[in-house]
Ligand binder design. Structure first.
Ligand code: NAP
Length: 306
């Protein structure tokens, strides 16, 4: 079985990618100690410590490296720009360089948030990013660093939702948790994005690797919607009360980091190069609901230390 090294394995993407792939691939994850009972091998390391990247690559010798480690909390990035730069820019540069000398295909995960959202959407890979926050800037610089070190690396700009270890990492979990606890919440009507079920993101990433794709790709859901609409879709799918969600503008949110309004990304390049349509929103949402009914969130959470 091909061996995949997954950094950030305890994160929303890392855990779902590993869960999705562990039957067909040998997964070796890296985390700082959250996952002690995972059904795949996990190395407990601080990946920012000097020498860690090279020693892991030399001992694991993976066929592929998928970098899911990041500081992905936008407000935390504003509060600590130094750690944001180390994780989102310097680490990917180092990983790309280390993979290139070892001839290991490298996948780096970036974000739709590199765009300012001022265009009427449908951003392509040719459009010029204009990051609006520390998170977006450090991620954009990370993309650039990776592709400069190794133009054959694969960089995917993503946006996904799914079940996480902590239960609060994704927007879908936020809506689901509040709706099931009859708590009122707001949904932004003026932030448009293209959500994809994280398991679809994982499966598509592996297809991209198998087809030998390289360079920059948009890997988001093919359907754009506001965050408010997304909440309503979750409520309807789970037969919960959508009127608990109030439409609100992000301008009155009080969030620290500046968010872009329209992150509708074109996935034309990816669907053309894969020769197939990307998984649609309703199929992903059905799977998200089925996962809940079948105890998937509890299953992945049982991989953590008590
Ligand atoms: N969530 C989204 O919708 C979204 C949207 C756009 C782009 N992305 C991108 O997708 C990627 C994955 O995001 P995510 O939502 O899965 O992030 P996440 O849930 O915040 O996970 C980040 C991971 O990085 C690990 N990490 C951080 N510092 C580390 C260190 N010093 N040593 C070892 N591991 C460290 C974390 O480990 P600990 O558990 O130990 O902290 C965690 O496993 C990121 O590149 C992000 O920018 C995500």
């Amino acid at each position: 079985m091909p061996r995949i090294l997954v950094t950030g394995v305890s994160g929303l993407l890392g855990i779902n990618f590993s869960q999705e792939m562990m039957d067909s691939h040998e997964i070796i994850g890296v985390d700082r100690g959250k996952l002690s009972r995972a059904p795949f091998k996990v190395l407990k390391r601080d990946i920012l410590e000097a020498g860690t990247v090279d020693s892991i690559l030399d001992s694991v010798q993976p066929e592929w490296l998928v970098n899911c480690a990041a500081l992905a909390d936008l407000d935390a990035c504003e509060e600590d720009p130094d750690i944001a730069k180390r994780l989102n820019t310097d680490l990917p540069r180092h990983l790309a360089r280390a993979c290139k000398v070892r001839n290991i295909p490298f996948v780096h995960i970036s974000t739709d948030a590199v765009f300012d959202g001022e265009k009427d959407g449908f951003y392509t890979e040719e459009d010029k990013p204009n990051p609006q926050s520390v998170y977006a800037t450090t991620k954009f610089e990370g993309e650039w660093a990776v592709l400069t070190e190794d133009p054959k690396a694969l960089v995917a700009r993503v946006n996904f939702y799914g079940w996480s270890l902590g239960g609060r990492r994704s927007l879908a979990e936020f809506f689901h948790h509040n709706l099931t606890h009859n708590k009122s919440m707001s949904g932004f009507t003026d932030v448009v994005f293209c959500p994809m079920l994280v398991n679809d993101t994982a499966r598509t990433l592996v297809k991209m690797l198998q087809r030998g794709l390289s360079g920059l790709y948009h890997l988001v859901g093919p359907q754009a919607m506001s965050k408010y609409q997304f909440g309503v879709e979750i409520a309807r799918k789970f037969s919960l009360h959508e009127n608990e969600i109030s439409p609100k503008s992000i301008l009155s949110s009080g969030l620290i980091a500046r968010r872009s309004h329209n992150l509708w990304l074109s996935t034309h390049k990816l669907s053309t190069d894969l020769g197939e349509d990307l998984p649609d929103f309703s199929t992903g949402l059905n799977e998200f609901c089925t996962q809940f009914q079948q105890g998937y969130p509890q299953k992945i959470r049982s991989y953590q230390q008590n």
